[in-house]
Design a protein around this ligand. Structure first.
Ligand code: HAM
Length: 448
């Protein structure tokens, strides 16, 4: 009897063990708001990164990489709307309050200051960076909690030529990629213009029962950040924002002239834009210029909810982080959204390698030999692919076809013994046996 009890106990323990194992497996699903990037999307992402990096480098921007974790205070104290809700905060073992960066801008400003780049780099200082950012946002389509941004920031240029350049970069590249966008521009003026405008907005929303027509979130925001109401995408708030006073009527002389100059530059560069008096951006650290890039839907309508990027002038933010009066202007582009749009339009940016050769093998020994041949061909500059694991010729030929290869080389037992290789033209299906010694010459002849 005691033996049986022991056995039963052991079985229960095992059951417990196996149920907890199952539980662990159930927990490894992908985190909400994150995304795996595979195959074509990945290649498009790389192509977009390369095109943008290339553009910035040509115009003297230096690339830098800053840490994903920074001091939380840097984001909290820097005017981002609702930042407390969206920041992923971490407490270090020493009790420091850290955060996963919700933007690249603050880290770039910190690095600019820490490394004294204002003294050591040519003026204006031009920096670009790319990498993941994290925001604890409401889940919606095209809105992730981890996504990739590429940022370009210019320090020490107080003329609108800096903004014009940034807008020009994105507009030109979108044209090259075949993406239709509409550039939105507005001016938020200086702090004093914004102060007067805020008071006017509060009165507008409070008058004639307007307050009762806005969403709960906007009602909460009304007195502390009325400009955020213009950014709300709820239908009732959009309707009311249509009739709201416009900041352009509150700009002082200096800001008016500044904006006028920007518009002249954009005209000279041949960039089409839409003056959007309600564009305030989801961040409140900007002064003067703000801009966004909205993709166009198939019906030609701009999709404001899916902005591909945006930016503006942020002199106050630089001053707040660096303690120095240096002007700053920059933009961030959302790479996942750009790639999504490219896919939606069936646009593929990365070029398929030309003249691809596939190397198939039919035995264990042939597998080893094919690794040597693969290397010889690669060193000669041929584009070679190989399925090192598949054994059946049918499967290997299917893979060669999928890759759209021009030539398939087949190495079987007979070829191994004779030091030959079978060359198959994938278009015509013609096959010929070639001595391995003459393979490179033969391929050069055929692919030329
Ligand atoms: P932002 O408008 O918050 O600006 O973000 C820039 C771009 O990042 C957006 O236009 C969008 O393409 C992408 N993005 C933003 N949030 C998400 C999300 N949840 N999921 C997917 N993509 C998203 C900034 O971040 C400022 N730091 C821009 C800047 C740089 N201003 C001056 N310098």
């Amino acid at each position: 009897m005691p033996k049986v009890t022991k056995k039963i106990k052991a079985t229960e323990a095992q059951k417990k063990d196996s149920s907890s194992k199952n539980k662990i497996l159930k927990d490894v699903s992908r985190t909400l708001g994150t995304k795996d990037i595979l195959a074509n999307d990945f290649n498009n992402l790389e192509a977009v990164k390369n095109d943008l990096s290339d553009f910035f480098k040509r115009y003297g921007f230096s690339q830098l990489e800053t840490p994903i974790m920074e001091k939380a205070e840097m984001f909290k104290n820097n005017f981002r709307r609702d930042v407390s809700k969206e920041l992923y905060e971490i407490t270090s073992d020493k009790g420091e309050k850290l955060a996963l960066r919700s933007e690249l801008t603050q880290g770039i400003i910190r690095a600019f200051m820490d490394h004294n780049l204002n003294e050591t780099m040519p003026q204006p200082v031009r920096l670009f960076s790319l990498g993941p950012v994290f925001r604890q946002e409401k889940l919606q389509s095209s809105r992730y909690r981890q996504f990739t941004q590429i940022n370009a920031e210019i320090f020490g240029e107080n003329k609108p030529v800096a903004e014009a350049f940034l807008i020009y970069t994105m507009a030109t590249l979108c044209e090259d990629w075949g993406l239709d966008i509409e550039v939105q521009i507005n001016s938020l003026g200086k702090s004093e213009c914004q102060k007067e405008y805020r008071n006017k907005l509060i009165s507008y929303y409070k008058e004639r029962g307007n307050r009762s027509k806005i969403c709960n979130e906007c009602r909460k925001n009304l007195t502390k950040d009325p400009m955020a109401l213009l950014d709300c995408t709820e239908k009732e708030c959009l309707n009311l924002a249509e009739g709201a006073p416009q900041i352009v009527d509150f700009l002082n002389e200096e800001s008016r002239e500044y904006f006028q100059k920007l518009v002249e530059y954009l005209d000279e560069l041949g960039i089409k834009y839409n003056f959007n008096p309600r564009l305030v951006r989801g961040l409140n650290y900007y002064n003067d210029t703000v801009f966004e890039f909205w993709p166009l839907a198939d019906n030609g309508q701009p999709q404001y909810k899916y902005a591909l990027g945006g930016g503006g002038r942020y002199d106050r933010l630089v001053e707040k982080i660096s303690g120095q009066e240096i002007s700053g202007v920059g933009m961030a582009l959302g790479l996942e959204r750009i790639v999504y749009k490219l896919k939606d339009k069936n646009l593929i940016l990365f070029p398929q390698p030309e003249n691809l050769i596939f190397l198939a093998q039919l035995s264990e020994r042939a597998k080893l030999k094919s690794i040597q041949i693969f290397e010889e061909l690669r060193k000669e500059g041929f584009n070679v692919r190989n399925s090192f694991v598949a054994s059946s010729l049918k499967k290997q030929l299917e893979e060669a076809k999928q890759l759209q290869t021009r030539i398939c080389l087949i190495l079987g037992k007979k070829e191994l013994t004779d030091d030959t290789i079978l060359l198959r033209d994938m278009d015509s299906g013609m096959q010929e046996i070639i001595p391995q010694k003459k393979l490179i010459k033969e391929l050069q002849k055929k692919l030329n």
